[in-house]
Design a protein around this ligand. Structure first.
Ligand SMILES: *Cc1c(COP(=O)(O)O)cnc(C)c1O
Length: 403
């Protein structure tokens, strides 16, 4: 690219650019109008210069946009920026994080294939595998995330895909991604990592050996709780299949949402650092409080996987969970005594949120399954936002005072 660079340019030369530069400028191509901000191509279809041009574009002989279920320049800019940040050959955007998981499995697995999923993945992910993929003949088994021996023993000859979230929600458990990738590759399987909680700022699963990285862009990539979206990234060989599924089935990303996510990516690293710093401070403070019986945060030396987290991630994330005195009543009293923090299950927002996993995100599980997932009645989850740290601490102190 550098060699062809001309005076009078509109685009930036990003050859060799680092993360922060790519987060701000990656993927943008300016039109002859010279717009400085990313253009929003809010259109479902495109016009052609002639009937022959239309035919050539439909056949793929001439590259170009045909219909926004196939391609949209704003969505493409978002995809290219994510690919640069995750170190992927290609990224493909989807209408939600769940659509990203759907597209991955639909494009890479067939009836008769076996998939290994880590326990304690996002609730809707379990439903997608249990209720839907199983109905189409995909075999699914669940493995405790942190237990590499259990992973090694769970393989079958037809195991095609491993799907994990690391760190997990809400208990912040981790798996050694490089070791799991080695296990998968030795058995001819692919490893997909849902990187929603870390974002490429804190963890790059592809660099650790994973084959596919998945995001709910709804969370930190947007960062302000506005839009639903998702993305899948990996090698071109696999992404070709994902693109094929999405173009046909249709859960593609809205150009408006892609535009919002492009703006979100510009501040992603600064926001993640601020989220992490506040989460660390609150975790250290909460751990000292008599009302808190146990805290789950990988940034604390007391976390059993603190060393792995230090090695594998460049920060510890901003979701922390803790058990309070008094069981479910205590947890509810704690939550209800806060006055600023939002009572909602969402996360990755500038606004701090608080939730009781046992009766919300994990409320549909049987008590036995909940216990197996380590979700106790006294567990409270806080996704730390960007408000003033002292204000957050004061609000959580109200919770503690109500125990
Ligand atoms: C929210 C979430 C999803 C689902 O994403 P949507 O954008 O809500 O569809 C998947 N995985 C994780 C870890 C999430 O937090």
């Amino acid at each position: 690219m550098t060699a062809e660079w001309e005076a009078g340019r509109l685009d930036s030369d990003l050859e060799g650019a680092a993360f922060d530069t790519l987060a701000v400028r990656g993927g943008q191509r300016r039109s002859p109008e010279g717009e400085h901000g990313e253009p929003l191509f809010f259109t479902s279809s495109y016009v052609f210069r002639s009937a022959a041009d239309a035919a050539a574009r439909f056949s793929g002989e001439v590259p170009g946009n045909v219909y926004s279920r196939y391609t949209n320049p704003t969505v493409r800019a978002f995809e290219e920026r994510i690919a640069l940040l995750e170190g992927a050959e290609q990224a493909v955007a989807t209408s939600s994080g769940m659509a990203a998981i759907l597209a991955t499995v639909m494009s890479l697995c067939s009836a008769g294939d076996h998939v290994l999923v880590s326990r304690s993945v996002f609730g809707a992910t379990v439903t997608l595998f249990e209720k839907y993929f199983k109905r189409f003949g995909v075999q699914v088994d669940y493995v405790p995330l942190i237990d590499l021996d259990a992973w090694a023993q769970a393989f079958r000859p037809n195991t095609r895909l491993l799907f994990v979230e690391s760190p997990s929600n809400p208990l912040a458990e981790l798996v050694d991604i490089a070791a799991l990738a080695d296990l998968a590759h030795a058995r001819g399987a692919l490893l997909a990592v849902d990187n929603c909680f870390c974002t490429p700022v804190l963890q790059k699963p592809l660099n650790l050996g994973a084959d596919i990285v998945i995001h709910s862009a709804t969370k930190y990539i947007d960062g302000q709780g506005r839009c639903l979206g998702g993305v899948v990234a990996g090698r071109a060989e696999q992404m070709k299949e994902v693109v094929g599924f999405l173009r046909t089935a249709g859960p593609t990303l809205s150009p408006f949402n892609a535009w919002v996510f492009l703006k979100g990516l510009e501040t992603l690293r600064l926001r993640m650092l601020a989220h992490c710093a506040s989460a660390q401070a609150l975790a250290e403070w909460l751990e000292q409080q008599p009302g808190v019986e146990r805290i789950y945060y990988a940034g604390l030396p007391s976390h059993p996987q603190h060393e792995l987290a230090k090695r594998q991630q460049s920060g510890f994330g901003a979701v922390l969970s803790f058990e309070v005195k008094g069981g479910k009543d205590g947890a509810w009293r704690f939550i209800d005594a806060t006055r600023m923090i939002s009572i909602t299950a969402n996360l990755g927002d500038a606004k701090t949120t608080i939730t009781h996993p046992g009766t919300t995100t994990h409320g549909r599980l049987s008590p036995e399954d909940r216990a197996a997932a380590g979700i106790s009645d006294s567990l409270v989850r806080v996704a730390v936002g960007l408000e003033d740290l002292a204000d957050l601490q004061a609000d959580l102190a109200r919770g503690l005072a109500a125990l």
